[in-house]
Write a protein that binds this ligand. Structure first.
Ligand SMILES: NC(=O)c1ccc[n+]([C@@H]2O[C@H](COP(=O)([O-])OP(=O)(O)OC[C@H]3O[C@@H](n4cnc5c(N)ncnc54)[C@H](O)[C@@H]3O)[C@@H](O)[C@H]2O)c1
Length: 293
């Protein structure tokens, strides 16, 4: 997809971070923007800012964990703008994991699986039938993470599990649209190359009442990228970060080439991916520092 003018882009989790940056970047390229999010106040603010720039936009409350809610978002987008050309299944959370996974609260597992995994499954079920029926060139983009898809960082087992599953689903979706010769291109977006400075580390702000943490026993104590920077500095490490606008620019450059992998890495990450592949080929025992975190 080279020309975004007049195209309709639906972005889940568009009230903050990567989704928000995608909304502005695509809007500035002439796309009409539909943001679905559970953070109503932030979403409405984004809607106002998009409109102030003269970008055609609508925002609608959408809880990605609910299929009905994603169907309603799709209906609203079609009603407002007459079609859908780009879908970003982007909403995601970090559960603030820390400690041994067997001590985790069941609610941590449920919340993260609900948003990160079911959010993507529901997006596929709500939007793919419409894109297929529409019969026009369209793009379905899933925001994954190298943590799970490419590497296994040892300190966030729930998040890693969701992103591993999400990646296999994304790759399978690609194979299925290819096999069906459908006009829908599928891409896997990996925010990076460094930790992206977003609200992900403060996801508790949108944690549902019914799945609140049961104890503070496994709280990581990290609530922002600044917290991570401070913690890294204590070990003499200067943590590098990426701005979400850079992720949006990388994603759009990839979409223009119909690329599957919307992925920018550092030489260090490349070395770990290679080491991980070799570890599997050699059947050697995993060593976290070499193949993951
Ligand atoms: N920040 C990073 O370093 C990084 C790295 C790799 C992948 N990612 C992925 O990028 C995506 C976007 O996250 P971000 O980093 O921009 O974080 P963010 O917190 O800034 O944005 C996530 C958005 O998702 C929304 N959201 C949460 N639960 C929702 C739900 N149930 N329904 C609808 N919306 C919901 C939040 O309100 C928020 O607006 C996520 O899938 C995340 O896993 C982020």
């Amino acid at each position: 997809m080279k020309d975004f003018t007049g195209k309709v882009a639906v972005i889940t989790g568009g009230a903050s971070g990567v989704g928000r940056s995608l909304a502005f970047a695509l809007g500035r390229r002439g796309a009409k923007i539909v943001v679905g999010d559970v953070d109503t106040a932030a979403m409405e603010q984004v809607g106002k800012e998009l409109e102030a720039e003269g970008i055609a936009a609508m925002v609608a409350h959408c809880d990605v964990t609910q299929l009905d809610s994603q169907n309603a978002l799709a209906d609203a987008a079609q009603e407002a703008f007459g079609g859908i050309h780009l879908v970003f299944a982007n909403a995601g959370i970090g559960a603030g994991e820390s400690g041994a996974m067997w001590d985790y609260s069941e609610k941590d597992w449920q919340w993260c699986l609900n948003v990160n995994l079911w959010g993507v499954i529901n997006a596929i079920r709500a939007f793919m039938p419409r894109l297929v029926a529409q019969g026009e060139p369209a793009h379905f983009v899933v925001t994954g993470s190298g943590n799970g898809a490419l590497l296994v960082y040892p300190d966030q087992p729930i998040y890693t599990a969701t992103k591993a599953a999400v990646h296999t689903i994304t790759e399978n979706l690609h194979y299925q649209v290819q096999a069906g010769q459908l006009p829908v291109a599928v891409s896997a977006l990996f925010p990076g190359p460094h930790i992206v400075d977003t609200g992900l580390f403060n996801s508790g702000r949108v944690r549902p009442e019914a799945l609140q943490k049961e104890s503070s026993g496994n709280a990581s104590g990290i609530n922002s990228v600044d917290d991570m920077k401070r913690m890294a500095a204590e070990y003499g490490i200067e943590l590098q970060t990426t701005h979400p606008d850079e992720v949006a620019a990388m994603a759009i450059a990839g979409l223009e080439k119909d690329a599957f992998w919307l992925l920018e890495t550092t030489p260090e990450t490349d070395a770990k991916i290679r080491a991980r592949c070799e570890m599997i080929m050699n059947r050697s025992t995993p060593v976290p520092d070499q193949v993951g975190g």
